[in-house]
Design a protein around this ligand. Structure first.
Ligand code: ADP
Ligand code: ASP
Ligand code: MG
Length: 410
């Protein structure tokens, strides 16, 4: 008998029929003697609908009240799934985040889980019930409802699995595993049987939204065996595991991309000590996260300074920068919010030289202009114009031989 934590995403609980299919699947695990904790998302589209509803009340809604509203999406699906299970004769009980004491900090809309009191979950499991928990939500010390940021139900599941020392945490979604790249952009993408935590962390942080980055971080830290599978079809999915000695290392495991990028440049900045701080200090103070940064080698005593931010922060960052540029005596501030970042990820890159240059060659062949570059031990990222996203991803996918192994017909 094992203890399994399963998470079903929005599409997997997107209708009454889908919820009934989930109940059937959960029931089959229960019937084979497993203890099951199920975490569910809101029905697909529901969180977006609630965000829009809030924004129609106030363009920048109060963050505490927004969490009260957003948490209702998951409250709907826990109730419906528990009903569906009971209808099938499977004992079940639904719990909101607060009811199972998912304690978070008070950072509304992007709270972090700090503790889980597993008493209520353990009691319900001991009573033979399937425990159905609302994903994406918790409560802070003062009892305020908080939410964990988009995609946060993944993190709820992993955190519960860690707290309960579950045998496996299964993330059921609308694809049958983690692919070499988003199969919606490259239909020739291939499902990976395994990927390391390190690679999955990079993929998630560079834009692959199949798993929330914090979920991967948590699973790696607490050694939670994590698997991504389809709720629509059977299969073994993708296991996310630690790098093992002797594990054959492919050079590139995947291509991630992020459409939410924008870049800003301050031209003609007087080149003296402290300018980077003077530019990025106010940006940081305004809570705008900066990703890539480039400063040119100074010529004629001035330099150019470029960095990327989330597209939602573009206008705000530009306003701050114009003020700073004036103070610094810089020439001009320019920007572009129609850019994307494409990244190659793979632990095997460590031992293979020439990956970056091959990447640049493949993009050049398609006449794609590279605007910015950044590298680390296991990734190479480039910023290109938005219109080249699909072309770039596909060119790299085929250029690095990531496609489906060719099927030989008889
Ligand atoms: P859920 O609602 O189940 O949480 P998400 O939409 O958050 O589902 O995540 C699943 C989606 O992630 C897939 O439909 C796919 O388009 C996207 N995705 C992006 N990158 C990848 C990848 N490398 N492998 C698989 N899916 C990916
Ligand atoms: N419903 C939330 C969202 O859409 C959380 C999740 O699905 O993981 O982001
Ligand atoms: Mg998700």
């Amino acid at each position: 008998m094992s203890l399994i934590v399963q998470k079903y995403g929005g599409t997997s609980v997107g209708s009454v029929e889908r919820i009934e299919a989930v109940a059937k699947k959960v029931g089959s695990f229960k019937a084979q003697g497993d203890d099951v904790v199920v975490v569910v998302s809101a029905m697909s589209g529901e969180t977006n609908r609630l965000v829009e509803l809030a924004q129609s009340m106030d363009a920048q809604p109060d963050s505490r009240e927004l969490d009260v509203l957003l948490s209702t999406g998951e409250q709907t699906t826990i109730a419906l799934l528990a009903m569906a299970l009971k209808k099938r004769g499977v004992p079940a009980r639904s719990f909101t985040g607060g009811q199972v004491h998912i304690l978070t900090d008070s950072a509304h809309n992007k709270a972090r889980i700090v503790d889980i009191d597993k008493k209520r979950v353990s009691e319900a499991l001991a009573a033979g019930e399937v425990v159905v928990v609302a994903g994406f939500q918790g409560v802070d010390e003062q009892g305020n409802i908080t939410t964990l940021g988009r995609g946060g139900s993944d993190t709820t599941a992993v955190a519960l699995a860690a707290a309960l020392e579950a045998d496996e945490c299964q993330i059921y979604t609308d694809v049958d595993g983690v692919y070499t790249t988003d199969p919606r952009v490259e239909p020739k993408a291939r499902r990976l049987d395994r990927i390391t935590f390190e690679e999955m962390m990079e993929m998630a942080s560079l834009g692959s939204k199949v798993l929330q980055i914090r979920a991967v971080e948590f699973a790696g830290k607490y050694n939670v065996p994590l698997r991504v599978l389809s709720s629509f079809e059977d299969g073994q999915g993708t296991l996310i595991s630690f790098e093992e000695e002797g594990m054959e290392q492919v050079r590139i495991s995947g291509i991630a991309f992020n459409r939410d990028e924008a870049k800003l440049t301050v031209l003609g900045v007087p080149d003296h000590p402290g300018v980077a701080y003077q530019i990025l200090g106010p940006i940081g103070d305004a809570n705008v996260e900066v990703d890539m940064i480039i400063q040119n080698v100074g010529a004629d005593d001035t330099t150019d300074f470029t960095f990327t931010v989330h597209r939602n922060d573009y206008q705000r960052a530009q306003t701050i920068l114009k003020k700073v540029a004036k103070e610094l005596g810089a020439r001009e501030v320019i920007g572009d919010d129609k850019i994307v970042k494409i990244s190659l990820v793979g632990v095997g890159m460590r031992s293979h030289a020439g990956i970056a240059s091959k990447m640049f060659e493949l993009l050049a062949k398609e006449a794609i202009n590279i605007r910015m570059i950044s590298t680390s031990e296991i990734k190479v990222s480039v910023v290109v114009d938005e219109k080249y996203l699909e072309l770039g991803v596909r060119a790299l996918h085929s250029g690095f031989d990531l496609e489906q192994p060719v099927e030989i017909s008889q």
